[in-house]
Write a protein that binds this ligand. Structure first.
Ligand code: UD1
Ligand code: UDP
Length: 366
């Protein structure tokens, strides 16, 4: 049997690495397709290197575009690869456009699918990711859930319980595997930062695409930079708009290119505070015990608020919340960490897939 992983964007690589490793340990034949949704070396190659991911069998080079254009390129490219490779199971990750396209293509080709990180919901359909999540979970055959709230969301949407498995969070497997390499000193020195600093990452369309929203956000970040030096490894999406809104290097603020996985998490580990609108960074800060302020009206990862170091803030409340977090530090309650975020999600996922492959689910050709 052949398991095919469809990966396209930065967070996909982080989630897939532990699953690929665990399937490999079970001797299951597998291959990776890179859709090329992310293509800059700092958004893609560096993750394959840092995470030890094997070379993809194909790179579809779909690149960027409007949602329709990018998704259309993903659909046609993936239809060809899936038809050619004839996988017994396709594994998709997270909530990006590559995930959506892969699940649609497989549903139409009658190729079974597994969705890693099923069940997350922000209940905000203005987020492109929320649309991708709902469609992906409606079509997936195996739903691999990272936190217990996902189980109730899927049940409420009528997904049969037999398809759903609570397996924990493979992104945390990658974090744990990298932990021995996470030393804040080298990136801090390279970037000329003092001992005490904050890290900010910003790329959500609702924050960075509209000039008005970008300006409010930048004003909030500039006010944080009056309290503590802030380094911003900037996602390409926000580059132009945020710079126009005043997010430029100077004084206490340093704008840099996106960082590789190990270098980024090293900086986060040593940070006094993280400001973000990322999904994954909310989870990683929770596990590293670093206070995290998420500039969003909602989160599909509420467990990082109830069981972690995360707080939702507005651009307006950000400066005051930052000053509180900087004063309280670890007093932001770490609490009880999310269940099954223990570095063993990859092996759990691999066992679910192995059992599924054994249970007579193979295509006639394999
Ligand atoms: C995508 C995901 C988002 C995820 C993010 C992770 C969707 C709908 N969105 O958003 O959920 O949080 O990835 O980082 O799938 N660009 C480059 N170089 C690259 C990639 C992108 O310059 O290697 C620029 C292009 O100008 C492009 C823009 O970034 O238009 C957006 O890229 P895209 O992949 O469409 O969406 P992201 O904002 O990265
Ligand atoms: N990340 C990274 N370098 C950076 C910013 C983020 O390696 O400069 C990592 C981060 O640690 C996490 C993943 O990228 O593992 C999250 O990706 P992103 O924030 O782009 O996407 P989201 O999680 O919001 O979908």
């Amino acid at each position: 049997p052949l398991v095919l992983h469809v990966l396209g964007a930065r967070p996909n690589f982080v989630k897939a690495a532990p699953v690929v490793r665990a399937l490999g340990e079970l001797g299951i034949r597998q291959a990776i397709v890179h859709t090329g949704q992310h293509y800059d070396a700092l958004m893609s190659d560096v993750f394959f290197a840092d995470l030890g991911l094997p070379e993809p069998v194909a790179n579809l080079a779909v690149g960027s575009g409007t949602h329709a254009r990018q998704t259309a390129a993903l659909l046609t490219g993936l239809e060809d690869v899936v038809t050619e490779q004839r996988p017994d199971l396709v594994v998709v990750y997270g909530d990006v456009n590559s995930t959506l396209a892969a699940i649609l293509v497989c549903a139409k080709l009658h190729v079974p699918t597994a969705h890693v990180e099923a069940g997350l919901r922000s209940f905000d359909r203005e987020m492109p990711e929320e649309v991708n999540r709902v469609v992906t979970d409606a079509l997936a055959d195996i739903l691999l859930v990272t936190s217990p709230d996902g189980l109730s969301h899927l049940a409420a949407e009528g997904v049969a319980a037999g398809k759903v498995h609570l397996v924990g969070n493979p992104m945390i497997d990658s974090l744990f595997a990298a932990l021995p390499k996470l030393d804040p000193a080298p990136p801090r020195e390279r970037l000329g930062l003092p001992q005490r600093y904050a890290v900010a990452t910003l790329h959500r369309p609702a924050n960075v695409d509209d000039p008005g929203s970008a300006r409010e956000l930048v004003d909030g970040v500039l006010a944080v930079a009056e309290q503590v030096p802030v380094v911003v490894p900037l996602h390409p999406r926000g580059r132009t708009r945020l710079a126009e809104a005043g997010l430029v290097t100077g004084g206490n603020l340093k704008i840099v290119d996106p960082l590789g996985y190990v270098e980024f998490l090293s900086l986060v580990r040593g940070a006094a505070l993280v400001v973000t609108d990322s999904g994954g960074v909310q989870e990683e800060t929770t596990m590293l015990g670093v206070p995290c302020l998420t500039v969003r009206p909602n989160t599909e990862r509420p467990i990082t608020v109830t069981h972690g170091t995360n707080r939702l803030v507005t651009p307006q409340s950000l400066p005051a919340e930052a000053s509180k977090a900087l004063a309280d530090g670890a007093a932001i309650p770490a609490g009880e960490l999310p269940p099954l975020w223990d570095g063993k999600a990859g092996p759990r996922i691999a066992r679910v897939i192995e059992a599924w492959l054994r249970a007579d689910n193979l295509s006639p050709a394999s």
